[in-house]
Structures are given as structure tokens and as C-alpha cells.
Design a protein around this ligand. Structure first.
Ligand SMILES: [Cu+2]
Length: 313
């Protein structure tokens, strides 16, 4: 259908090569003339300065030729970039939420993932939202980059040509863990994509699922909880899950501090209503509710997993 990994690659690459080509030609040409003049008009050879008249012919040439070249560069660039603004109506919509410091992709059926799954050879439109600062969604292999600005509706689209995995990351320095905003676009065959979309959160086969907490770990990874929570005791945006189960934690409830023990009910409340009990030392409102995105069964699995994460804090 087209060369390169997306429908925009050949246009953007041609514009790039064209402009770099012209620039290189002039860089080499002008440098050569400078060196030649340094030699030719050296003061030893030309001790007396000489006055020269202007040359109308030369001036016309060096005005017209660069003007034509600049217009050609504009045309090549326009031709490559203008189609990025025309989003096809039939494109599959994915809502993208950027947040310090993760990406969330939500599909029309409500499925949420931290990796952008797309079918090959189908137009995909990304609706870009930021809940905090300015981020920038960059997929180098597709030659696509667009700022994600809070309070502004922005979008981008593409057709991925080849099955494969490509980097997707934030290209706008957005704070301390900006570099954590690295994930992938997974381009898969259309029937494989439909199967993925129809399936709920990823399920393990029975042998792997028998390991305590295995399913919960997968959910925590696929729902991007790990953008803010670690399993090894390191604090990120939120507290680490290591050793919290069965231990006491100081939370603020309705403005009052109280001590509670982490149990099933507390974890469930933390996930569905994160602002009810805010862990001391962390900011209220950083974590958003996962109501409607996680089933009771998912939450049970997450709790099973947290239980396996060591006892010491
Ligand atoms: Cu960012």
C-alpha cells in the first residue's frame, strides 16, 4: 500500500531528504567558494582594494533560484504534513490519556491498556488528553509527533503498515520521571487485534494462573498502576506495594488522621475511591478511581498479588 511503517513515512522522509539535500549542496558550495576566495583574494596577491560595480544579472539569479527552491521545500513539506490533519471518518478511535508519568489507551469498548495495540492497515485516530502538564506523543517509526495539552482537544491519526512493535514515548520534558513515559505501539493482524480487543484484561493460562498473585501482577502491569507504585519498596508518585498488607498505615480521612491496617476492604476502597483515605505524605487526587475499569474479580486478584509482596516495610 505504501512504503515505510506508516502512511506518513515516505512523505516525511522525502521532505527531509529534499531539504537536507539542498542544505548540503549549499553548505559544500558556499564553503568551497569561501576557501577559493581566501586563496584568490589574499592580500599578498591583491595588496590594493578594488571597487566593483554590482551585477544585476547575478542579483536576479541569486534571488530567483533560492525563491524557487524555498517554494519547492514548502510544497514538499505541505504535501507530506497536510494529510496528518485530515482524519478519515471511518478511523478507529482510541482515547489517549497522558499523565505524569504514564500513557493510558482507552478503546471504544472501554478496554484500557498501557500499550497501544492497533490493527495493521487500518486507520487509527488518537484523541489526545492530558490530565496535568504538556506531554508530547512521539512514534518515530511512524514519523508522528503531537503535543498533548491539558484543556485542549488534540488528535492525530495513522495507518500502520507492518506488524511489529515500535517505540512510543513522551517528547516533552514533563518532570522528574519523564523518561518513564516509554511504551510501545503493537501492530498486529486485524483478526488478532479483534480477539485482543474482545478479551477482558489479559488472562493467563491455567498453569501460570495457579501461581499466587500472578493474575493480579498482570492486571497491575496492564492497568499502568506501576507508573506510580513499585513492588520493591521504592516510592514513586504513590507508596510502594511492598509489605503493606497486614501492616498499619496512617491515612487522612475527611481531614483527620487515623491509623488503619491494610486489609482487603481498605485496598478495594483505595482503588475505587482513592480520595476517601489518603496515605499520609502523598497527594490527594493523584490517583484516579478505577471504578468501572476493574471488576471485583480483578480487584481480588490484585489483593492476592499485594499479599505476596513480602511482610517487612
Ligand atoms: Cu510526558
Amino acid at each position: 500500500m505504501f512504503t515505510g511503517n506508516s502512511n506518513f513515512v515516505s512523505g516525511v522522509d522525502s521532505a527531509f531528504v529534499f531539504i537536507i539535500g539542498i542544505s548540503t549542496f549549499f553548505l559544500v558550495g558556499i564553503t568551497a567558494v569561501i576557501i577559493y576566495f581566501i586563496y584568490k583574494y589574499n592580500s599578498k596577491r591583491h595588496p590594493v582594494a578594488e571597487e566593483i560595480e554590482g551585477s544585476t544579472r547575478l542579483e536576479i539569479i541569486w534571488t530567483i533560484i533560492p525563491t524557487i527552491l524555498v517554494i519547492m521545500m514548502f510544497y514538499v513539506g505541505w504535501h507530506a504534513y497536510a494529510p496528518e490533519r485530515i482524519i478519515p471518518k471511518e478511523a478507529m478511535k482510541v482515547k489517549v490519556t497522558a499523565q505524569e508519568w504514564s500513557w493510558r489507551f482507552q478503546y471504544e469498548n472501554g478496554k484500557i491498556a498501557d500499550t497501544l495495540y492497533v490493527p495493521a492497515n487500518k486507520s487509527v485516530a488518537l484523541e489526545l488528553n492530558s490530565v496535568d502538564v504538556i506531554h508530547s506523543l512521539y512514534i518515530p517509526a511512524f514519523r508522528l509527533k503531537e503535543d498533548v495539552v491539558p484543556g485542549r482537544e488534540k488528535s492525530m491519526w495513522f495507518i500502520a503498515a507492518n506488524v511489529g512493535t515500535y517505540d512510543l514515548f513522551c517528547a516533552e520534558y514533563c518532570g522528574l520521571r519523564h523518561s518513564y513515559m516509554l511504551t510501545a505501539v503493537k501492530v498486529v493482524a486485524p483478526d488478532q487485534f479483534n480477539a485482543w480487543l474482545a478479551a477482558g484484561p489479559v488472562k493467563l493460562d491455567s498453569a501460570a494462573a495457579a501461581v499466587p498473585g500472578a493474575q493480579g501482577k498482570l492486571i497491575i502491569q496492564s492497568k499502568a498502576c506501576i507508573a506510580c507504585h513499585t513492588m520493591d519498596g521504592t516510592k514513586l508518585v504513590g507508596p510502594s506495594f511492598k509489605g503493606i498488607y497486614g501492616h498499619k498505615v496512617i491515612v487522612e480521612t475527611n481531614g483527620k488522621e487515623r491509623e488503619i491496617t491494610v486489609d482487603d476492604e481498605y485496598i478495594k476502597r483505595s482503588i475505587l475511591d482513592p480520595t476517601a483515605d489518603v496515605v499520609k505524605g502523598y497527594l490527594k487526587g493523584q490517583m484516579v478511581s478505577y471504578k468501572g475499569q476493574l471488576s471485583d474479580e480483578d480487584i481480588k486478584q490484585i489483593i492476592e498479588y499485594i499479599k505476596t509482596l513480602g511482610a517487612e516495610k
